[in-house]
Design a protein around this ligand. Structure first.
Ligand code: 4AD
Length: 438
């Protein structure tokens, strides 16, 4: 039965077939099914055969279209990214032939749901191998359909689930803090200010202060929610909006906090290194810091105690050492106002940055000041008006306890574990200096 080029297929006799997602198709070998998805790729073999790779968001399936169906114009003119229903029989791929999942669909009928454009507007003309990073970002909605981007997004989902499972296994309660706030947890230089019914407010930089207040309410707790930073420098690890995994733990010691963090990622133990040793490492390895006068670089000098270790130096050190590092006990001046001082050396804080080869810092953590008077002094030292923080201060008034916690940027964690060049690759739609579209 030869089909005419303009034939319209009668699909009524296929409509009863089970609608199967590609990840489930393996359970339907030698059975007839309906598959729906987008044309990911296609390859014509001679005049009589076409191999389609169909993508449905759950996987990819090779679909073999024989000569009868290939005679139809709709199949001949099929464009990549058109959406389509396919009816046919799932078959094991013969030994030695290539297929990602060991199966293919022998197509018996098809129905185009919506045609994608060909010609100038064809998918492949918008996004080809030469597309610059900025064109790729403008077309992020298209890039997301690609194999690498979609794998990253799916892996991100699995990772968030794994973090929730970990916290659940430790009996932490998930809370949902406000993102519109009046306080600046991490200092004022990079907050997004918003007009809040005529009053100033900010997009939160961290939910930590709120998690601390939830401790006496629900005990140890965490949140996985967005944080915002108006970062001025464009780097491959800075975003303006990122997903912040934060947890707060009561009645713990600094050592227990380090252990909790170390237990989370897949690899341990981590090298533990104090800030003071890191300064010595930089000195020994002749890594110097730039010296600026009035914002103009005037030279370089060796690192000394008290210097903030800049991103490039930190990365060189982490990449050279080549393993995860828990970098601990930073000087008070370099860290946020709320950090607890080391009992044996009040110039240092019970703080830790987790550094990973390839990306640098993925987690910031510390024990928190528990003493009321000490917190008031810390506000003064940092020139912070304590009035908007009254609820945070109250924690030290009404039954203060030792506690600590951490924040982990999920994009940095993913960039590390997936070996991506930038954190932008693991965002659905990255937000960074100057970019707010799509
Ligand atoms: O070290 P940070 O600033 O620590 C805090 O915000 C604490 N209040 C967290 C806490 O203890 N609850 O940020 C924590 C982590 C960083 O290690 C980094 O992974 C991520 O948040 N992060 C960013 N990720 C992407 N782009 C940015 N601009 C980021 N700023 C911080």
């Amino acid at each position: 039965s030869k089909l005419k080029p303009n034939a319209k297929l009668d699909i009524s006799k296929y409509e009863h077939l089970p609608f199967v997602r590609i990840d489930e198709a393996i359970n339907y070998v030698d059975k007839q099914v309906k598959i729906a998805g987008w044309v990911h790729r296609q390859r014509v073999q001679g005049k009589k055969m076409k191999f389609l790779v169909i993508r449905d968001g759950y996987g990819f399936l090779q679909c073999v279209v024989g000569s009868d169906l290939c005679a139809i114009v709709d199949m001949q003119e099929l464009t990549v990214e058109s959406s389509i229903n396919l009816f046919g029989t799932v078959k094991k791929v013969p030994e030695g032939k290539q297929s990602s999942n060991g199966i293919e669909l022998i197509v018996e009928a098809f129905e185009i749901i919506s045609k994608a454009p060909g010609g100038d507007e064809a998918f492949g003309n918008i996004l080809n191998a030469e597309a610059s990073p900025s064109i790729q970002l403008d077309n992020r909605h298209m890039v997301l359909r690609g194999e690498t981007a979609s794998s990253c997004i799916r892996f991100r989902s699995l990772t968030l689930k794994a973090f929730r499972d970990y916290f659940d296994s430790k009996n932490l309660c998930e809370v949902s803090p406000p993102l519109l706030v009046e306080t600046q947890a991490e200092g004022g230089s990079n907050v997004f200010a918003v007009d809040y019914y005529g009053n100033p407010a900010y997009l939160t930089q961290s939910s930590q202060l709120y998690l601390e207040t939830a401790l006496p309410s629900v005990g140890d707790n965490y949140c996985i929610t967005e944080s915002f930073r108006a970062e001025h420098s464009v780097t491959r690890r800075h975003l303006s909006q990122f997903t912040h995994v934060e947890a707060e733990l009561g009645f713990i010691t600094f050592d227990q906090l380090l252990g909790f963090i170390e237990d989370m990622p897949p690899q341990k133990p981590f090298l533990r290194m104090e800030y003071t040793d890191a300064i010595q490492w930089l000195q020994r390895n002749n890594i110097e810091r730039d010296v600026y006068v009035n914002d103009v670089k005037v030279g370089q000098e060796p690192y000394k105690f008290g210097d903030d270790i800049v991103e490039s130096a930190e990365r060189t050190m982490t990449d050279t050492i080549g393993q995860p590092i828990l970098l601990t006990r930073f000087p008070v001046e370099l860290k946020a106002f709320y950090m607890k001082k080391c009992p044996l050396n009040p110039a240092l804080t019970e703080s830790v940055d987790v550094l990973m080869p390839g990306v640098g810092e993925i987690t910031g953590a510390s024990m928190r000041i528990s003493d009321y008077a000490e917190l008031i002094k810390a506000y003064e030292r940092e020139h912070i008006d304590p009035s908007p923080y009254y609820w945070f201060t109250d924690q030290r008034k009404y039954g203060s306890v030792e506690h600590g916690g951490f924040g982990l940027g999920i994009e940095r964690y993913l960039a590390w574990i997936l070996n991506r060049h930038t954190v932008r690759e693991v965002c659905l739609y990255p937000r960074f200096t100057g970019r707010c579209s799509p």
